[in-house]
Design a protein around this ligand. Structure first.
Ligand code: ADP
Length: 612
């Protein structure tokens, strides 16, 4: 089974709450409306009962007064005396008009009417016998009678009050007053109330709704109907008609009954009743519940609407609070993530700092090792060069010896001019030797000093000057191609010289067994770069060695001949100068090593031409 989502459930709950509040609102209002209606009904019934009492009380003593009237006594004792009857007739008519009673009349002991206030009217009671009426029997048997009935003679409904007329223990007759209660009915109707007065059997003989009149409030039994017929209480009216209510019993106080009204609609009424003691009647008030129900429906709807508005407000507030909480949570999460990330970064930074420190130390160690290697390489170069140097120095020394001897001879022979020329040659030889020693001193120094403007062509010339002795000895031809005006770079002359010397030395080694022994040195300036190359006609570099020639301790030379450091040191020096050393084989055979350096900005060269 599919589980309904949370929002559907909460909407259902909200609808239930609204419906419950609406129903409660309806019920509360309906109940209070009914209670109010009942209270109003009670009040109304009390008022109408007392009004009825007042109307009747006004006449209650009238039959008693008549029963004690001397003239009436006399008339009843002499029923054939026309003059007496006439007098009584007139005085009854005058009294009825003065008191406001419908009719006043006097019956003899057998119920025959002898005198009446309406004696002169077409429907006069005079001559009629009313002994069948209960008020006659009640007056005779119980001393008083009262009875509501429709007049058999006039057809007018009225309330009959009767008293017996006694004279010295003999019943002379019965005095009766008939009063109309129709005025009450008119009052009820004008007040807009549904009021009805029922007799002891439940027949509504007074009712503000016209079509309720003379209808029994409940179904009458056959006996009851026979009794009514016998007393002719409602003569001319058929009581066979439909009862107002279907219930077997008359409605009790507070009952709700349904009655079909003039609009043919069933209306619900709240019943308030009051049993009128002394009359045997019941006064009913029927309060229409439709307005109360309408008001209760309105109240229920208003309650439901208020509940809906409050619920919507609550849901809105809750949604807002949830959104706010989610925002705060997201903010907290973000903060937590930022904190975590910061911690990670701090850790990464620490480890990076450690790594940098490690690298710095390694670099220092490498630099130290490199410097030491440079030194070692120089010493090796010195060792290699020592033989050549010995030859180089021995040669001028031998020449010096010979030149000095010839100078001595020339001075001794007085040839001073030729002697002076010889001394000049000696001077040249001495200068050449001092130059050689200067180079060696510079090369042996470990600290190469500052970077400064250097003329590359001069550096090349100095390296060639150092290598020349060997190259000359081994019959190697050198081809030099350099711009005449010099080319300035920023660097360290001694270290660049060391590179060139190393390249020349390697080239010399490479061509040592070749047929054509030639080394070409070139310096070319293009744009902001200077390109320096040393090419030879040797055997070139084997394909498998090409990738390794710059590696430290890589050598193809015999043990004792090469350390395998020259190119790796040269590579590092060129890199320090912002250039790159490259190796390649030439098309025609042999190898070429080249590098390019950025041209210097400064003008004045610090290292000048050889011998300058
Ligand atoms: P070493 O000269 O002590 O061997 P280098 O680092 O100077 O050390 O040279 C390394 C190797 O590079 C040499 O042993 C050689 O095999 C090769 N090499 C260097 N220069 C040349 C060249 N001009 N021609 C051919 N091979 C060369």
């Amino acid at each position: 089974m599919k589980v309904p989502s949370k929002s559907i459930l909460s909407w259902c709950a909200a609808l239930l709450v609204i419906a419950a509040v609406g129903t409660c609102g309806y019920l509360v209002y309906d109940r209070s409306g009914r209670a109010e209606a009942r209270a109003t009904g009670d009040e109304r019934i009390g008022l109408y009962a007392s009004t009825l009492d007042q109307v009747v009380e006004r006449f209650r003593t009238l039959p008693f007064v008549l029963a004690n009237d001397e003239g009436i006594h006399r008339m009843l004792q002499a029923p054939t005396d026309r003059a007496l009857i006439d007098r009584v007739n007139r005085s009854l008519a005058a009294l009825a008009t003065a008191a406001g009673a419908d009719d006043l009349y006097i019956m003899n002991a057998s119920g025959l009417t002898l005198a009446a206030s309406n004696y002169d009217q077409p429907k006069s009671f005079v001559g009629e016998n009313y002994s069948f009426r209960p008020y006659f029997r009640d007056a005779v048997e119980h001393g008083r009678g009262q009875f509501f009935a429709i007049g058999v003679t006039t057809g007018e409904p009225g309330y009959f009050l009767s008293r017996p007329v006694w004279r010295n223990g003999t019943l002379l007759g019965v005095a009766v007053v008939k009063i109309s209660l129709e005025g009450l009915e008119a009052d009820w109707r004008s007040a807009g109330s549904n009021i009805a007065l029922a007799d002891n059997r439940g027949v509504l003989f007074l009712a503000s709704p016209p079509n309720w009149k003379y209808r029994p409030i409940r179904p009458l039994s056959e006996t009851e109907r026979a009794d009514i017929r016998r007393s002719m209480q409602y003569s001319g009216i058929s009581l066979e008609g439909w009862p107002l209510l279907k219930h077997a019993q008359s409605p009790a106080n507070g009952d709700v009954v349904k009655i079909e009204m003039a609009d043919n609609e069933q209306h619900s009424f709240l019943v308030t009743r009051s049993d009128l003691e002394g009359y045997g009647w019941t006064l009913y008030s029927f309060t229409d519940l439709a307005p109360i129900r309408h008001a209760a429906i309105l109240a229920g709807a208003a309650s439901a609407l208020t509940a809906a508005v409050l619920l919507l407000l609550f849901l809105w507030w809750r949604g807002r609070r949830a959104a706010l909480r989610a925002k705060l949570d997201a903010h907290d999460l973000l903060e937590q993530r930022v904190t975590e990330r910061t911690q990670e970064l701090v850790r990464a930074n620490d480890s990076l700092s450690r790594e940098i420190e490690d690298r710095r130390r390694a670099e220092e160690a490498l630099k130290r090792a490199q410097d030491e290697l440079v030194q070692a390489s120089k010493l090796a170069a010195l060792g290699q060069m020592s033989a050549a140097l010995a030859h180089e120095i021995n040669q001028p020394l031998a020449a010096l010896k010979t030149t000095l001897a010839s100078a001595k001879l020339l001075i001794r022979n007085g040839a001073t001019e030729r002697a002076a020329a010889t001394v000049a040659t000696i001077d040249d030889l001495v200068a050449r030797m001092s130059e050689l020693t200067q180079h060696l001193r510079a090369f042996a120094r470990k600290d190469f000093g500052e970077m400064e403007p250097v003329d590359v062509t001069v550096v090349v010339q100095r390296a060639l000057a150092l290598a020349n002795a060997r190259l000359g000895a081994e019959g190697v031809r050198t081809v030099i191609d350099m711009p005449a005006g010099g080319v300035m770079v920023t660097g360290n002359a001694t270290r660049l010289e060391q590179v060139l010397l190393n390249l020349l030395s390697n080239a010399a080694d490479a061509v040592s067994h070749a047929r054509e022994r030639m080394i070409a040195v070139s310096v070319m300036q293009n744009d902001d770069q200077v390109q320096v190359g040393v090419a030879d006609t040797g055997s070139g570099i084997a394909a498998g060695d090409m990738a390794s020639v710059f590696d430290p301790f890589f050598t193809t030379k015999q043990v004792g001949k090469g350390l395998g450091l020259g190119l790796s040191i040269s590579y590092a020096i060129i890199e320090d100068h912002g250039g790159r050393l490259r190796a390649q084989n030439r098309d025609g055979g042999g190898a070429e090593f080249s590098f390019s350096l950025p041209l210097a900005q400064a003008a004045a060269p610090a290292v000048t031409a050889l011998g300058a």
